[in-house]
Design a protein around this ligand. Structure first.
Ligand code: BTN
Length: 336
């Protein structure tokens, strides 16, 4: 552990720790301790100097700093290699670069702000600074490229599991992997793949979660359809802690799906779905399908009852015919 991290861990154990005790525990001079304390303050830690007694840690920064995330991590691989940026073009672009350079599975790229956040279907992802989560994971699944889209569906299950303690029973999935809170979009998932014909080299799993964004952070045209946890619940989210929880839910869901197939989480996915029984139209790269949603099949395709019978759809953009009012899960789970 580096010196600054060791100072933090010592300060977390006692209400006040003297400069002399810190210096002795770390084997450095008191002047060196003071320099590290100053650097930690510059990172946003509130460390008070109590006269004749020592230093007291009274608050942490609301920043996605590696040390803040690592102390909450319970995973074996996800988030254990971590790069965090103040500003980046897109965490997905950087994670793809790391993947090509051989980064291990679970490598996580975070940013406080993205200048070119990417969304599905060539859209952009609004990425205001220091309020949300913009995260990309490097995955190396032993899967056929045709099954790789299932990872995005599985990731939506992990995002719902991570969000559910903050808004129990109110988070839903709109196929394939939009996450909604009270019917408005709170999180999006973008997977990008590097593959040969029959082998996946790497998948970058990009996840954007609107956590503490105020309404003014969204462009006017998105305000009716997008939300954040803060806007919907009135409570702000501890972003480092949420990030660590997402690493844990993702690692658990991913490991199961890669080992046993998507079918093992399909019923959980369906229990979160807001589309079952709804009439929809789906734009599949220019071809339109319409019908009533029956559910998803074990490989993650949307099952639709259309005019010409049953259709199974791999990918597309869904619009709900009757509008988005009252859009919630069709079946409630035990987290409700
Ligand atoms: C969607 O359109 O719903 C998908 C949005 C995905 C956004 C995330 S934010 C982190 C990662 N980096 C990106 O550029 N995009 C993804």
């Amino acid at each position: 552990m580096e010196t600054a991290a060791r100072i933090l861990s010592l300060l977390r154990r006692e209400p006040v720790v003297s400069g002399a005790a810190l210096a002795a525990a770390l084997g450095v001079s008191r002047a060196a301790v003071w320099k590290h304390i100053e650097a930690l303050r510059a990172d946003g830690y509130r460390i008070e100097a109590r006269r004749a007694r020592g230093y007291a840690l009274t608050g942490g920064p609301d920043r996605l700093l590696p040390a803040e995330i690592t102390r909450h991590l319970t995973t074996a691989r996800f988030g254990r290699h971590l790069e965090s940026f103040e500003t980046i073009d897109s965490t997905n672009i950087h994670a793809a670069r790391l993947a090509r350079e051989g980064a291990p599975e679970g490598t996580l790229v975070l940013a406080e702000r993205q200048t070119h956040g990417r969304g599905r279907l060539g859209r952009s992802w609004v990425s205001p600074a220091r309020v949300n989560l913009y995260a990309s994971f490097v995955l190396r699944p032993h899967l056929s490229p045709v099954d790789a889209p299932q990872l995005a569906l599985a990731a939506a299950v992990a995002v719902v599991r991570a969000l559910s303690p903050l808004a129990p029973g109110r988070v839903a999935i709109k196929w394939p992997n939009d996450c909604l809170l009270d019917g408005k979009k709170v999180a999006g998932i973008l997977t990008e793949m590097d593959a040969e014909v029959d082998r996946v080299r790497a998948v970058v799993l990009g996840i954007g979660v609107n956590l503490n964004a105020p309404s003014r952070a969204f462009p006017i045209e998105l305000r009716a359809t997008a939300t954040s946890v803060l806007l919907a619940t009135g409570t702000s989210v501890d972003r480092p802690q949420f990030t660590a929880r997402l690493c844990a839910t993702l690692e658990a869901v991913y490991d199961r799906v890669v080992r046993d197939g998507f079918a093992v989480v399909a019923s959980e996915w369906e229990s979160y779905s807001c589309l079952t029984g709804r009439r929809v139209t789906i734009d599949c790269s220019g071809r339109r399908s319409a019908g009533t949603v029956r559910g998803i099949d074990p490989s993650g395709r949307l099952v639709l009852d259309g005019a010409a019978g049953e259709e199974r759809i791999m990918a597309g953009d869904v619009s709900i015919v009757d509008g988005y009012q009252g859009l919630g899960r069709q079946a409630r789970r035990s987290d409700a």
